[in-house]
Ligand binder design. Sequence first.
Ligand SMILES: Cc1cc2nc3c(=O)[nH]c(=O)nc-3n(C[C@H](O)[C@H](O)[C@H](O)COP(=O)(O)OP(=O)(O)OC[C@H]3O[C@@H](n4cnc5c(N)ncnc54)[C@H](O)[C@@H]3O)c2cc1C
Length: 402
Amino acid sequence: MTNSNENTYLVVGGGIGGLATVLSLANSGRRVKVLEQAPEFGEVGAGIQLAANATNVLQHLGVMDKISEIAVFPKRLVLMDAYTGNELAALDIGETYRERYGAPYVVLHRSDLQRILLEACEEHPNVDLYTNQKIVETVQDDDTVTATSANGEVHTGKALIGADGLWSTTRQLFSDDQPECSEYVAYRGAIPIEEVTNIGNLDDVYMWIGPNLHVVQYPVRKGELYNQVVVFKSSQYKKEIEKTDEWGTPEEMDEVFAKTCDKVQTAISYISRQKRWPMYDRKPIDNWTDGRITLTGDAAHPMLQYLAQGACQALEDAPYLANMLDKHNDDVEKAFRAFQEERLPRTADVQTSARQWGEIIHAVDDTSILLRNTVLANHTVNDFQFIDKYHGYKKLTNKVEA
Ligand SMILES: Cc1cc2nc3c(=O)[nH]c(=O)nc-3n(C[C@H](O)[C@H](O)[C@H](O)COP(=O)(O)OP(=O)(O)OC[C@H]3O[C@@H](n4cnc5c(N)ncnc54)[C@H](O)[C@@H]3O)c2cc1C
C-alpha cells in the first residue's frame, strides 16, 4: 500500500517527543502523519519530572490545563545522603520557581502525559496516526521523502522527522555511532500511595545519592501513586553480556543497597523487580539534518536521565522546529538547518552536563564526596544558578528570546 501526500510531514515515532512535534506542526497549520512501530501508542508505567522549560512548551501546545488536572506540583527538590539519611541540599520548585521561569515544575505519570498528547493529536484535524509502522528505510529526492515500514507499507511526504528514540533507525542516515552503555541499570515503577510507608514529605521530590547509586521518589497522578526509580552501577557488567539480563540483577540491587539508610531500604523493598532498564546515552554528533530529513528528541540527543532533562529537551525541540518552518515559509531544508543550528549546541551541552552531574552524584572517593557535600551545604533553597540555563530556556520561537 502506498500513502502519498506531498504536503504532509512524516514523523517517525510516537513517543513524548514525537507527539509534541506532531502537535506543534499541526497547530501551525501543517498536515502530519505519525508512524509508530508499536501496535499501540504507550509509555512505561513510571513517572517523569518536567521542569519549566518543558511545561512552558506544554502551555504553548495548549495541553497544560489537562496536565495540571492530573500532575503533582512539588514544592522542593531535595538531595539526600543515601547512607546517613541527612538532607544535603534543597531547591524551591514551588511558587518562587514558577514566578522566576513563568511555568511550573511538575511530576506526573508518563502514561498520563502520553495520553494527553495523544488525545490532542487524535482530536486534531491535521493529524493522521498510524501504528504497526516500523520504519526500516527512508529515502529522499528533490521534492519528497519516502519511508517504508517492515510490513511493506510506503509513506511519502514533504519531509521526515525522526523521533524514533535512543535506538533510532533514522539516525543511521547521519551517524554510525551506537548507544553507549553506562553500566548502570534502573528499576522503576509507581505504586498506590496507600501501599507505601516510611516515605518523606509528599510535597518533595527526593533524590537519595551515594557512591555509584541513587534513588528518586515523588508522588504522581494527583498524589494517588508514588513513583520510585532505583539506579546503580553494576559490578557484574561486561561487554560480552551487555545485551543479556545477567548484570544489574535484582539480587545485585539488594547487595548494593544493603547498607543504605532505612528510608532507602524501604524504597528498595517496594520497587518492581520484573523489568530492568540498562542506561544508555550517546555522545553529541555534529549533524542530524540532511535535506528534507531531521531528528528530534532522543533520536537526536539521547542523554542520561540524571538532570531529568531528556523529555524536556525533546519538548523544547517541538515548537522551535515549527517556528523555523514558519520563518522559512516551509522551505524545509533551510528550516531544518536553522532548527539544528539552535538546538544542536544546546542539547549537546545538556547531554554532556548530564554525564558530569552523574559523576558528581555518584562520586566514590572521599575527597570528591567531601567537596560536593561542602558545596551543597552552602547552597540555599532559592539559589537557582545551577538550573537557570536548563529550566530558564524560553526560546520556543525565533521571536521570543530567553
Ligand atoms: C529511568 C529514566 C528516567 C527518566 N526521567 C526523566 C525525567 O524525569 N524527565 C525528563 O525530561 N526525561 C527523563 N528521561 C528521559 C526521557 O524518558 C526521554 O528523553 C524521552 O522519553 C524521549 O522521548 P522521545 O519521544 O524522543 O523517544 P522515545 O520515548 O524513545 O520514543 C520513541 C518512539 O519511536 C518509536 N520507534 C522507534 N523506532 C521506530 C521505527 N523504526 N519506526 C517507527 N517507530 C519507531 C518507539 O516505539 C517509540 O514510541 C528519563 C529516562 C530514563 C531512562
